[in-house]
Design a protein around this ligand. Sequence first.
Ligand SMILES: Nc1ncnc2c1ncn2[C@@H]1O[C@H](COP(=O)(O)OP(=O)(O)O)[C@@H](O)[C@H]1O
Ligand SMILES: Cc1ncc(COP(=O)(O)OP(=O)(O)O)c(N)n1
Length: 490
Amino acid sequence: MSAPVTGPVPTLTATPRVLSIAGTDPTGGAGIQADLKSIAANGGYGMAVVTALVAQNTRGVRSVHTPPTGFLREQLDAVSDDVETDAVKIGMLGAPGIIAEVSGWLRRVRPPIVVLDPVMVATSGDRLLTPEAEQALRDLLPLAGLVTPNVPELAVLAGAGPARDWDEVVRQALEVSGRWGVRVLAKGGHLAGDEVSDALVDAGATDPVRRLDAPRVHTSSTHGTGCSLSSAVATWQVVTGDWFASIDRSKRWLTESLRHGEELNVGQGHGPVSHFAGLWERGGRDTSTGDEWWQRIDGLRRATDADPFLTGLADGTLAGKAFRYYLAQDAHYLEGYAGVLSRLGQLADDPVERAFWVAAATACVTTESNLHRTWLGASERPAPGPATHEYLGHLRQAVETGYGQGVAAVLPCYWMYADIGHRLAPRAAGNPYAEWIATYADPLFQYATQQARSITDRVAGAASPPLREEMWRAFERSAQLEREFFAAAL
Ligand SMILES: Nc1ncnc2c1ncn2[C@@H]1O[C@H](COP(=O)(O)OP(=O)(O)O)[C@@H](O)[C@H]1O
Ligand SMILES: Cc1ncc(COP(=O)(O)OP(=O)(O)O)c(N)n1
């Protein structure tokens, strides 16, 4: 049976390609190593150009080796000559020559999003920048879309002593923002209190100070928080195009990563945050459960492909009468399927999933009525056949057993149609069924299928082994019933 193909148009966002220009941390908690983890954890593709090789660990910095500036330029050009970069995050820039090189490259390449973390002092208290470099860094500020200093760095930029309270942080951030005409993410990590505030400060905006609060995580694993946050914001900015929303998403992710940092048991000083903790907790450690199920029904899919209904659709030889019977059954099916999808909307805890199922149910009703208007006459309404009854009975039972079983049961209807539509559309061009097949090759339907797959993966990833087994059985039975539904038309 066919899944709904209409509904709100989603934004199709490609994976953000984010370049980190920063120094290294061989213990993996800060610098480039942290940036790459942060970019990946927040959904981006990370790239890295090394500005400094830093011998450091969770206890402190031992020494810094900066590459010749010519070699830095070669690294930068190697990226920009080949890859279109969506966002750049700049971290440690050890010396004035390095800053000049990066500044020249930014002016030539003009990346659309630049986040500058003006790394000057590590959590350990070590200075990471020479005094001349501090001055050169100020000149880089106007090239950035967002600058993310911590309390001591903000003080250096403002030419003042470190702020002792939040009001002073905001005053200094307004001063820096106004003087260099740049947005500042003022960070309160170095202040005391049970809440950690950050604020997006833009002296030129109508709402110049937009604050975000989070509970303070009581942990010693705070190494690399600034690197991780700025990379996450750069990544999210590609997706949202809204600095405040990007900071909000990044801060929530960072707070969760901070909570799990100590579990990593890395180092004896300030340990790293656990960049992938949220992903692991929500099943990200497993390979896609859906992909595994899809492989397991490989034989059934091949057999469905070889059935006369599908071969007839593909080459246009399917009898019109059989197709109309199929469509009439599909209309009955969609009525019932809409009810199952809307029940999933009621059962979903996650607001994004709830919205997806509710929209899918609405789309289903629209598809059903379009089906009648476009393909079926008012009189063509045979009663639901046994295959339709059986499939709907299975779906209703699955969703009443639980959310996981319901999600797994509705998936084959999306996935098998998306797959068939994708493969058959080029072959069916010009035949009487081409238009109908094209609806399932449509990017919108492919996207909805991807979302249904992601939801299934998330739910299966968090499920107990017995529940996952029940989900698999619900999925497998639906796949069999899909084949029987096609066959019933003949
Ligand atoms: N203990 C903590 N609990 C929750 N959030 C924190 C904590 N420490 C820092 N943060 C957050 O981490 C980010 C980096 O902050 P900060 O420590 O001020 O910068 P840096 O790492 O550059 O020194 C900010 O969003 C800040 O609010
Ligand atoms: C190579 C390198 N870059 C940056 C830092 C400091 O990073 P930050 O995220 O500000 O981390 P903490 O100050 O919170 O450790 C670094 N140590 N090394």
